[in-house]
Ligand binder design. Structure first.
Ligand SMILES: Nc1ncnc2c1ncn2[C@@H]1O[C@H](COP(=O)(O)OP(=O)(O)OP(=O)(O)O)[C@@H](O)[C@H]1O
Ligand SMILES: [Mg+2]
Length: 364
């Protein structure tokens, strides 16, 4: 197990850098949209930019593509400073949210467009186009026009067009957002295996945390144009660096308090939990799956909580609990016919191994 983790770490460290953002900045007049963005993307890596609407994801991606000129900083692609290089010379492929296909061209013409532009010979072009159409399973639809295709098919044409030029970097800006939930899931899996099989260096923009958690090698969490945390999906979920990340990814309970010298976390309203960490004010982060029934974790102090609300989700029931003055979320199951009601008491334990701490904001 440990060797595996080590190998994965070592191979990610060995990766050659393909994209570097260095102190990138974007202002619109007096408004700073991206104050200072730095990130390196390794060869073959799939990085997701994830953050709420308006946080600067599209702006950052478009600066890399060359459609938006940065106000400051540098962008390097494969070691070359491209900050002032026009978009068409940057060797990036891009898939937009609305696909932006040429409506008067068939699928095959759309896909081969970039290759014609660079003057590739017809024979070579044909081989390239057929190969990519096969990979995205569009061979049967090659002679259709975009209006004769479903949303998911159009999305695959856009992807094929971006990949036909074999760019150094593939950029995707919310490529699934116009599609229904089931199709999204299927295309996500298809895209994942395609990108993997091509070992394509990819920057993927989304505000969908599930998409980021399932697709990414690394996730970059953005908030107001700045990077809150960069890490693997597991790191981001299991060890959020900030309160923003903890709340943005997954569900959690946040308890304000402090770590006191005898290795104890004490909430402002007197609840205590075992904890290690430096003494001082902190916010505790508790994921719903770390609040358990006593028999699941013997030897941990049992507490009596009050059920405030319960939501049935099929495989689990999510409870909102009150414990003293603190509010806690718990994911659990009940036998059929035993429906929890608001006001009921329930015995719980909090798994000390699942307790995380983030800096506590001054104003709380
Ligand atoms: N041309 C512009 N002039 C002024 N402000 C702009 C301009 N373009 C974008 N912005 C602002 O920059 C901020 C970041 O926009 P951006 O499109 O990068 O967000 P985003 O993270 O992609 O959001 P979404 O998830 O909604 O697509 C927003 O607050 C937006 O209003
Ligand atoms: Mg956007």
């Amino acid at each position: 197990m440990h060797t595996l983790v080590h190998d994965a770490l070592a191979s990610s460290l060995r990766r050659e850098t393909i994209v570097s953002f260095r102190n990138l900045r974007k202002d619109y007049g007096a408004i700073t949209v991206v104050p200072d963005f730095s990130l390196e993307i390794g060869r073959g890596e799939l990085v997701c930019l994830l953050g709420p609407s308006g946080c600067g994801k599209t702006t950052t991606l478009r600066m890399l593509a060359g459609f938006i000129a940065p106000t400051g900083g540098e962008i390097l692609i494969d070691g070359q400073d491209v900050t002032h290089v026009p978009a068409f010379r940057r060797d990036v492929g891009i898939v937009f949210q609305n696909y932006a296909l040429f409506p008067h061209m068939t699928v095959i013409k759309n896909v081969e467009y970039g290759l014609v532009n660079i003057g590739m010979k017809k024979s070579e072009r044909n081989i390239r186009v057929q190969d990519i159409l096969r990979r995205v399973e569009l061979q049967q639809l090659a002679e259709r026009y975009p209006r004769e295709l479903s949303g998911g098919q159009q999305q695959r044409v856009a992807l094929a067009r971006a990949l036909a030029l074999r760019p150094k970097v593939l950029l995707l800006d919310e490529p699934f957002s116009n599609l229904d939930a089931q199709l999204r899931l299927r295309l996500r899996e298809d895209l994942h295996s395609l990108i993997r099989s091509l070992e394509m260096t990819t920057l993927f923009v989304t505000h969908d945390q599930d998409e980021a958690l399932t697709l990414a090698d690394r996730i970059v969490i953005m908030n107001n144009g700045t990077v809150e945390q960069v890490g693997s999906p597991e790191e981001i979920y299991d060890a959020p660096a900030t309160r923003f990340v903890a709340e943005f990814i997954g569900r959690c309970s946040l308890l304000e308090g402090r770590i006191v010298e005898n290795s104890e976390f004490r909430t402002d309203d007197g609840l205590t939990l075992p904890a290690c960490g430096t003494a001082g004010n902190v916010t505790a982060v508790i994921r719903p799956e770390n609040v358990k029934k006593p028999h699941e974790l013997p030897g941990v102090p049992v507490r009596e909580a009050t059920i405030e609300a319960s939501d049935y989700h099929g495989a689990l029931t999510r409870l909102r609990l009150r414990l003293g003055k603190s509010s806690l979320i718990m994911d659990t199951q009940f036998p059929v016919g035993q429906k929890p009601r608001p006001g009921d008491q329930i015995d719980i334990v909090i798994d000390p191994a699942g307790l995380r701490f983030v800096p506590r904001p001054n104003d709380v």
